[in-house]
Design a protein around this ligand. Structure first.
Ligand code: ARG
Length: 400
């Protein structure tokens, strides 16, 4: 018998209806948990009040924006994380944080079940449930939309029948998920992948063609983490928020892609991540100055694996943890400043400086002051090309 269920609550139609739906199905008390990861919109108190009005026995709201920025977005930045070389893991990063809080509240309240509002077609259900299996293995999971037929039509009928305080008519035609790191938008006309996105899909960025004058910014990093913007110290949350505003005005960070979901479906997604994309551009540029060649080459492989693990919902897996240790060791010397020009949807690096640079002017220069001994190159190339030369000789001999 289930007595208490902790529900990941957003304040929207589905999870508002889920409160009463789960209570009817299980006879349990429902505890609503709303987590602020910077999605904007309504304030937490409004959401808390609505949860109680929809029948929650208790409602907890958590402002987790700083935690999200520092403990989830920053590791993603260190890994330059972009799934399929494009998507900076916006939604995939918030799920493990929500999972942590769900597990905590379940433990604190003695709840034996956790609920989420995901469908059975997406990645988020996997992220919630694989995460919960790692952090709260004894807690069962229910997903009313997926498991007990809570379709949209039924949810609307349920809300009307119970007189729930939710405005069902003001719903967007899109499925949107927002947080500090970015914004995901899908469904509606986007499901025809030939359709160009209509302007109303965008929320974090202005039209890149609006013709704003170019803007120059400098981002300072210490051991891979951004610490100052134009010389002013910033927390991770402040840094991302400021850059979302500044780069968003230039239309930077729009991504229109067809993505491979873990469940096997290809889906069309429109992402906006102005701050994230500027930070990743600057961060990887600084790495190219400060990280030794072999380490940099290997890090690119590790980054891709890290990104796939996180996309696939395995934030709490041992490989992901071990890769975090590698990434943080590899980031030790990524310290310095990157200057960028923002304009017309693009962030272009124009300058780099670092006390830990491996760039050596005297080795690189073609002017006077060159310290590189060009005579050494000749012998190096001879030995470097030797295996290929020998086997090409062999191939010619056998062919002839
Ligand atoms: N496809 C993305 C992902 O799996 C975004 C999903 C966001 N959810 C949404 N309701 N739009 O990370």
């Amino acid at each position: 018998m289930t007595e208490k269920v902790v529900l990941a609550y957003s304040g929207g139609l589905d999870t508002s209806v889920a409160i009463g739906w789960i209570a009817e199905q299980t006879g349990a008390e429902v505890i609503a948990l709303a987590v602020d990861v910077g999605q904007g919109g309504e304030d937490l108190e409004t959401i808390r009040t609505r949860a109680l009005a929809c029948g929650a026995a208790a409602a907890e709201v958590v402002d987790a924006r700083d935690e999200f920025a520092a403990d989830y977005c920053m590791p993603a930045l260190l890994a330059n994380a972009r799934y399929m070389e494009r998507y900076p893991l916006v939604s995939a990063l918030s799920r493990p944080l929500i999972v942590r809080h769900l597990a905590r509240v379940a433990l604190e309240t003695g709840a034996d079940m956790v609920a989420h509002g995901c469908t059975g077609k997406g990645n988020d259900q996997v992220r919630f449930e694989a995460g919960l299996a790692a952090l709260a293995p004894d807690v069962r999971v229910t997903a009313p939309v997926r498991d007990s037929g809570m379709t949209r039509d039924k949810a609307i009928a349920f809300a009307a029948e119970k007189g729930l305080p939710i405005n069902v008519t003001s719903r967007s035609p899109y499925s949107i998920d927002q947080n500090v790191w970015g914004r995901s938008c899908e469904t509606g006309h986007l499901e025809d992948i030939w359709n160009a996105p209509q302007p109303d899909v965008y929320g974090y960025t202005s039209d890149p063609a609006a013709g704003l004058p170019a803007e120059e910014i400098t981002i300072s990093f210490a051991s891979g983490l951004p610490v100052a913007l134009n010389g002013q110290p910033r927390t991770p949350l402040e840094m991302i928020t400021d850059l979302n505003r500044i780069a968003g005005a230039h239309g930077i960070g729009r991504i229109d892609m067809v993505e491979d979901r873990l469940v096997g479906i290809k889906s069309r997604e429109i992402y906006e991540a102005p701050g994230a994309m500027v930070l990743i551009t600057a961060h990887s540029e600084l790495e190219s100055v400060c990280v030794e060649r072999d380490l940099a080459r290997f890090k690119r492989l590790a980054e891709q694996r890290w990104t796939e693990l996180v996309y696939d919902g395995l934030w709490f897996s041992p490989l992901k943890q071990a890769l975090d240790a590698f990434v943080s060791q590899a980031s030790r010397h990524v310290t310095g400043d990157i200057r960028l020009t923002l304009q017309g949807g693009r962030a272009v690096v124009t300058g780099r400086r670092s006390p830990a640079a491996l760039y050596d002017y005297s080795l690189a220069t073609y002017d006077s002051g060159d310290s590189f001994d060009q005579q050494l190159a000749k012998g190096f190339i001879e030995l470097f090309g030797l295996p290929a030369k020998i086997s090409a000789d062999r191939d010619r001999k056998l062919a002839g």
